[in-house]
Write a protein that binds this ligand. Structure first.
Ligand SMILES: [Zn+2]
Length: 397
């Protein structure tokens, strides 16, 4: 992956942070439920005690007959040691605890059924031997778990409310699936190398659900297409959505052009958000920064050039080059641009370019071969209208 040990450690620390946040959030949800339904806490205590007894019964089984199978264990950061996954971390099953020596294990004797009758000890005692058996205890635990599920559902909570919620369910926020790095690790490397964390903040605000066609006036009409600004934006929006929907099944590229402040960057963020959410690797660059990095790498300048820059730029699932035309254009930039576009087309990796330049100026600014690559492999999407940023300000002000 071409990262240093300290960069690797930084990424792993962010995974640890994510796990710890996840545990806190789970703990808060649990507290909320315990607060609202004290019965829930009591059921959990019973489950914990029964789990302890279950673990002990398994250890004490004389010949291990029928009790040899290890209980199902959850793995991952929230690994638990009890057979049902109900015991809290730090509250692991303790096989030394004496069965029947008071504590919550005697609960079945005191427990009342819903209609007020005492629950008989047979619930968790082995029917044949009259001693606690792991199988009987497991059955008891299952019935308690079912009770919890029913309680949650009754109160209108989602089924997984008291389950860990992972940022990346595939690796359970560990960064690894088995011994292999998870796909989210790849994006973590990109985020770190290209300090893209600010992109994430944008993406919370700039996504498809926030995109509004209302800012595009109907009174401005494109002379060539005959479509007004709103219709033109609608077409661009539809194309961008289609692009996302077919991202994994068909190869495409987008070229967004039009005056400044018409929502081109916003649209590129909408797409980035969707693709990041569906585990694709995304790199966002302003053209200025991209070519500055390439120049640093080529001319050995002092700037901080991420290792494997070319590999990331050529290979990431989706590359956004924003504001092309604002960089210092020269032959070096033009040839680097061609290299990037060409490599990505060969590798069938999608790219989005946005520019304030008109098509004519664009063709004049970059080489013929750049323009021909773009016109043959990119869907051209134009935006027209008033400066949306101004309109938004006026509306909010
Ligand atoms: Zn992952």
């Amino acid at each position: 992956m071409g990262i240093t040990n300290s960069q690797y450690n930084r990424i792993m620390r962010s995974y640890e942070q994510r796990q710890s946040d996840g545990r806190h959030q789970l703990e808060n949800r649990r507290r909320e439920i315990y607060g609202r339904f004290p019965e829930f806490a009591r059921i959990d205590e019973k489950i914990a005690a029964a789990s302890t007894a279950c673990a002990r019964a398994m250890l004490l089984a004389p010949d291990g007959s029928g009790e040899k199978t290890a209980p199902d264990r959850q793995t991952g950061p929230y690994e638990k040691a009890d057979p049902t996954g109900q015991i809290e971390p730090g509250e692991k099953a303790n096989p030394d605890r004496q069965i029947g020596s008071g504590g919550a294990l005697s609960a079945p004797e005191n427990e009342k059924t819903e209609d007020g009758r005492a629950v008989p000890p047979e619930v968790w005692l082995d029917r044949k031997t009259g001693t606690p058996s792991a199988a009987a205890l497991r059955g008891y635990i299952r019935s308690l778990s079912a009770k919890k599920t029913a309680l949650l559902a009754e109160a209108g909570y989602p089924k997984d409310y008291l389950e860990p919620h992972f940022y990346c369910p595939d690796c359970q926020d560990t960064g690894y699936i088995g011994t292999q790095k998870c796909h989210c690790f790849r994006q973590a490397v990109i985020d770190l190398l290209y300090t893209q964390s600010n992109l994430k903040e944008f993406l919370d605000r700039e996504n498809f659900s926030e995109f509004s066609l209302d800012y595009y006036p109907t009174r401005i009409v494109d002379r060539v297409t005959g479509l007004n600004a709103r219709q033109t934006a609608k077409r661009a929006l539809d194309e961008c959505r289609k692009f996302v929907e077919t991202f994994d099944t068909s190869f495409g590229n987008l070229f967004l052009y039009g005056d400044t402040g018409l929502g081109k960057t916003f649209l590129s963020h909408c797409i980035a958000r969707e693709l990041l959410d569906t585990t694709h690797s995304v790199i966002y660059f302003s053209a200025f920064r991209l070519f500055e990095l390439f120049a640093d790498a080529t001319f050995g300048r002092n700037g901080e050039v991420p290792p494997d820059l070319e590999q990331h730029i050529f290979d990431c699932d989706f590359l956004i080059i924003d504001d092309l035309g604002t960089e210092l254009t020269n032959t070096f930039v033009s040839s680097q641009l061609f290299l990037i576009l060409n490599e990505r087309i060969l590798r069938r990796r999608s790219t989005l370019i946005s520019t304030n330049l008109s098509l004519g100026t664009f063709a004049d600014t970059y080489s013929e071969r750049v323009f021909s690559r773009i016109s043959s492999s990119y869907t051209m999407l134009k935006l027209i209208g008033d400066d949306i940023r101004i309109r938004k300000k006026l509306k909010n002000g």
